[in-house]
Design a protein around this ligand. Structure first.
Ligand SMILES: Cc1cc2nc3c(=O)[nH]c(=O)nc-3n(C[C@H](O)[C@H](O)[C@H](O)COP(=O)(O)O)c2cc1C
Length: 189
């Protein structure tokens, strides 16, 4: 269990999404909160099959890695998820996760409501804004509280680790992580 759960939605080892999410994690930990990064590497996430089972048992009927994350996410005050841009949209598994997570939470008292966080997007060149907007849809309909930063939560890189060279992107993510932590602490007062 951790105060903030962060998901890295890339299948690549030591990829840019993981780097970007780790930047947010470090900023959160600097404020004294605990943070846990969960990687989707090696964890395929299927799409929702609209079976409605989650309303009956609180879990998803598709028995993949999503169910293993539910308790961690439910217990946390913060939720951040990062995605690489694939053909102008978020990687499919990331949206599969967001849609099924949103459905499970909604069908069981909307337990995502009030969590603080937001999406993070990495790309080589284009598609970042539409991807950010696509991911935000799930945050807003679930009544989560999305933090801003000095820019939108995007960072550029292609080969694994490239994103470290995007200084403005990294500074944006540091401030975003810091804002998430500050708001969680403020809401606890
Ligand atoms: C299938 C696929 C599609 C991609 N489509 C885009 C794209 O539309 N726009 C873009 O800027 N980069 C695109 N990329 C590049 C990735 O977004 C970029 O390499 C990113 O840093 C990968 O993140 P990762 O290292 O966390 O996996 C694509 C990569 C793959 C594998």
């Amino acid at each position: 269990m951790a105060d903030v759960i962060l998901i890295s939605g890339s299948p690549r080892a030591k990829g840019n999404t993981e780097y970007a999410v780790n930047v947010c994690r470090d900023a959160i930990e600097k404020r004294g909160l605990t943070a846990k990064v969960i990687s989707l590497r090696g964890k395929p996430i299927q799409g929702c099959i609209a079976c409605g089972e989650c309303a009956k048992n609180g879990k998803c009927s598709l028995n993949d890695a999503l169910n293993d994350m539910l308790d961690d996410i439910k217990e946390a005050d913060g939720f951040i998820i990062g995605a690489p841009v694939y053909f102008g949209t978020a990687r499919g598994d990331v949206m599969n996760l967001m849609q099924r997570l949103s459905m499970v939470a909604r069908a069981n008292g909307n337990w995502l409501s009030g969590k603080v966080g937001g999406p993070v997007v990495v790309a080589r060149r284009a598609g970042v804004m539409s991807t950010l907007q696509e991911m935000l849809m799930a945050f807003f309909i679930s009544d989560m509280i999305v933090c801003g930063s000095s820019y939108w939560n995007i960072a550029y890189g292609h080969a694994p680790g490239d994103v470290a060279n995007d200084k403005e992107g990294i500074a944006t993510l540091e401030k975003f992580g810091d804002n998430v932590a500050k708001l969680i602490l403020q809401l606890r007062k």
